[in-house]
Design a protein around this ligand. Structure first.
Ligand SMILES: NC(=O)c1ccc[n+]([C@@H]2O[C@H](COP(=O)([O-])OP(=O)(O)OC[C@H]3O[C@@H](n4cnc5c(N)ncnc54)[C@H](O)[C@@H]3O)[C@@H](O)[C@H]2O)c1
Length: 271
């Protein structure tokens, strides 16, 4: 919202949240004239050109489909949809209506990611052999963390795979220009029951807490991906290593202004 506010061509017309208190608060904070708890009231307005969807995953598709069918451009948070089939429906409506669609993969915009992509595109890394990607957070270690929407399949579609894994899948494919063509994966839920948010008992966690997979890419590279919300001491650890026959790159979220690059055959050891 702060970025939208700074953009000279963006005017915030209205905000929607199903929580009436939150919607008034954010309208006040960001200077919106119109508030509603029903997204169809935003979609129906003629003075709105684009809608940015920042709801839990379950609401992405219904809002995006209604907005596109009303001729509005859509920016949507990741993961795009609850399932592959839902995402296909959204893509089809986007094509049919001709409006612009985007998904908000924020990490692409960091200087280190931009420069990594430039080096790969320019051929400095050469033929890519191996890609290792990790995205680790530790906020679920505490069993008292309640059963928020992110832990319920009916609200989120996938667990850590869609939440954190989607970022590193996108980053790797965007950085290298290669797409995953096959994989073998393992997923696990570590704590199966958690306190309900309203304190009225416990509920079932029915999504993945940690996911790892081995991949092959259409450009010939191999990859390992790991994402977890059970990584003790990690707040937002994200690391991507790319090894080619001309050089290697290490991108880290903790230091997104700097990229580690080794161009040429030097041997470097790093803890
Ligand atoms: N790009 C990123 O790095 C990034 C980071 C965090 C979250 N996200 C994504 O953003 C989305 C929201 O995540 P969050 O952590 O902000 O969730 P949140 O629960 O903190 O906030 C979601 C808000 O949406 C409101 N809401 C729920 N259903 C709605 C509906 N039908 N219509 C209008 N409002 C509705 C809720 O009341 C709440 O205020 C998720 O898809 C998540 O994956 C992306």
């Amino acid at each position: 919202m702060v970025v939208y506010q700074q953009h000279p061509q963006v005017k915030l017309v209205g905000v929607c949240d199903i929580d009436p208190l939150l919607v008034e608060e954010s309208a006040k904070t960001f200077g919106a004239q119109f508030t509603t708890t029903d997204f169809t009231e935003l979609v129906e307005r003629n003075d709105i050109d684009a809608i940015d969807i920042v709801t839990p995953n379950v609401a992405h598709a219904p809002i995006a489909l209604a907005a596109m069918e009303a001729g509005k451009h859509v920016m949507c948070e990741k993961p795009l949809a609850m399932s592959y089939h839902q995402a296909r429906d959204m893509a089809r409506v986007a094509q049919d209506t001709g409006v612009k669609n985007g998904i908000n993969f924020v990490y692409r915009h960091h200087p280190a990611a931009q420069y990594a992509r430039y080096l790969i595109k320019q051929g400095y890394i050469g033929r890519i052999f191996q890609i290792n990607a990790a995205y680790m957070q530790g906020f679920l270690i505490d069993p008292e963390v309640p059963l928020v929407w992110r832990l319920q399949k009916v609200m989120t579609g996938t667990g850590v795979l869609g939440d954190l894994g989607s970022h590193i899948i996108d980053l790797v494919e965007w950085l290298t220009g290669q797409q995953i063509v096959s994989l073998v994966s393992d997923m696990q839920t570590f704590i199966h029951q958690r306190p309900l948010v309203d304190g009225s008992g416990v509920g079932q966690v029915d999504v993945d807490d940690s996911t790892t997979f081995l991949t092959r890419f259409n450009g010939g590279a191999m990859g390992t991906f790991v994402s977890s919300r059970y990584a003790t001491a990690r707040r937002n650890y994200q690391r991507i290593e790319i090894y080619g026959d001309q050089g290697a790159l290490v991108y880290k979220w903790e230091d997104t202004d700097h990229l580690k690059a080794s161009i040429g055959p030097a041997f470097v050891n790093e803890a």
